[in-house]
Design a protein around this ligand. Structure first.
Ligand SMILES: *Cc1c(COP(=O)(O)O)cnc(C)c1O
Length: 415
């Protein structure tokens, strides 16, 4: 028997209580599927756009069409969607280095940015090639009780502030993610204080959680990863940037080279994967959110602090659970790994991941290496030992994996 009676009974209870929550998630997925289909029709997507190209790839119609489609879906003027972005961090860094110049100031309005962004910025974690080395100034506004300090915004925006960064998702912290409505209020306040200040949103893990994206709610530019939400679990690699025409153009000169911009860059991966991934993304995101809701319900019943709470409105696909000990964090990840489709025979161990300050443990038996739109769990090896659970190509997989994690943690308690 894989799961104890206690775990199976809990599953039934949580599923019963989750019904109305699931209904809301399905409504959002339906609205976003319609949004993507409408954009695909307006852009006249056809199988002629699915081919690979080589060399400089001038006039790559597939690449051009994909970027037109992303811009339309995100309500942005322009987009860059490339497998040449090696990760979300790379896409985000391309925005920062593309737009900021020596003497400009960047202000994070959501406290400390995501771990890898701290290395890019270079103030908390000195690193070669950081924004700091290029003479870009940096300041941050700490969050208060997990919320952006709206009244404090005017105190951190000065003449030099060229850009504010707003991180939608929680990263490795126990704050709530921002809703698109929160982002609208924040960008309104920034633009009221300084109309030309660029509002840049780190949209990782946020795509298709709501029916609007940050670029439809006041953000000037945003970026994210294709092996998270918008790749739908099918994109093999890449990142995107979307936003105002002239800002995306500046970023494109950093992606390639000054003078070249977005007019070259071969479609090395079959473009079908990126189009089909975007088509599937609203549904896959819904699967992931249902998994997150189920995990919150399950672990709340087991007495753990969860964020969000089972009944909270979601702003990203992440479920954080405070496990309280290194042993439980390792056991939890082991339970998830055991029910992964890939590398399920392996036991995850904490390791020094490039770009991160603490050791990280990761359960990721994914088809695309490190893809966190696929069912995965990770967390830094530091108190209070939060695990961050995200993704799922199918809800059934999330359900089984979460039962596996619950069983592993319970087994530890009974030792
Ligand atoms: C995942 C993520 C990133 C980028 O991470 P990559 O692993 O480089 O794709 C940046 N910010 C947040 C909030 C994230 O969740």
């Amino acid at each position: 028997m894989s799961f104890s009676k206690k775990v199976q009974d809990l599953k039934e209870e949580v599923l019963k209580e989750s019904d109305p929550l699931f209904r809301h998630v399905e409504d959002v997925a339906e609205a976003n599927t319609l949004k993507v289909l409408d954009a695909m029709r307006e852009c006249r997507v056809s199988d002629a756009h699915f081919n690979t190209t080589t060399g400089y790839a001038y006039d790559d119609i597939g690449r051009g069409k994909l970027e037109e489609l992303y811009a339309k879906v995100f309500g942005a003027e322009r987009a860059l969607v490339r497998t040449q972005f090696v990760s979300g961090t790379h896409a985000l860094a391309t925005v920062l280095f593309g737009i900021l110049r020596p003497g400009d100031e960047l202000v994070s309005l959501t406290g400390k940015p995501y771990d890898t962004m701290q290395t890019v910025i270079g103030y908390d974690h000195p690193s070669a090639g950081s924004l700091k080395e290029f003479g870009i100034l940096y300041n941050e506004l700490p969050m208060i009780d997990g919320r952006v300090d709206l009244d404090g915004i005017k105190s951190v925006i000065s003449e030099k502030t060229k850009m504010v960064e707003i991180q939608r998702s929680r990263g490795y912290s126990m704050r709530n993610p921002l809703s698109v409505e929160d982002i609208r209020v924040i960008t309104d306040e920034v633009h009221r204080i300084k109309p030309d200040c660029i509002c840049f949103v780190d949209n990782c893990y946020g795509e298709f959680v709501d029916t609007l994206e940050p670029t439809q709610a006041g953000a000037d530019i945003m970026a994210g990863s294709l092996i998270k939400n918008p790749g739908g679990g099918i994109a093999p690699a890449g990142g995107y940037i979307a936003g105002k025409d002239e800002l995306v153009e500046l970023a494109s000169y950093r992606l390639t080279a000054p003078g070249m911009g977005d007019e070259l860059g071969a479609s090395l991966a079959n473009n079908r994967l990126l189009f089909q991934g975007l088509f599937l993304a609203p549904h896959v995101v819904a699967q992931a959110i249902k998994g997150a809701l189920f995990a919150a319900g399950m672990f709340a019943k087991l007495g753990y602090k969860t964020l969000p709470l089972p009944t909270d409105i979601r702003g990203d696909i992440i479920q954080a659970i405070e496990l309280g000990s290194a042993e439980k964090l390792i056991a939890f990840c082991g339970g998830i790994q055991k029910y992964s489709p890939v590398d399920s025979y392996a036991a995850p161990e904490p390791w020094d991941m490039p770009g991160y300050a603490d050791k990280i443990i990761m359960a990721a038996g994914t088809f695309v290496q490190g893809a966190s739109i696929e069912f995965s769990a990770d967390g830094p090896m530091r108190a209070p030992y939060n695990v961050y659970l995200q993704g799922a190509l199918t809800f059934e997989h999330a359900l089984i994996g979460i039962m596996g994690a619950a069983q592993a943690v319970l087994d530890l308690d009974s030792e």
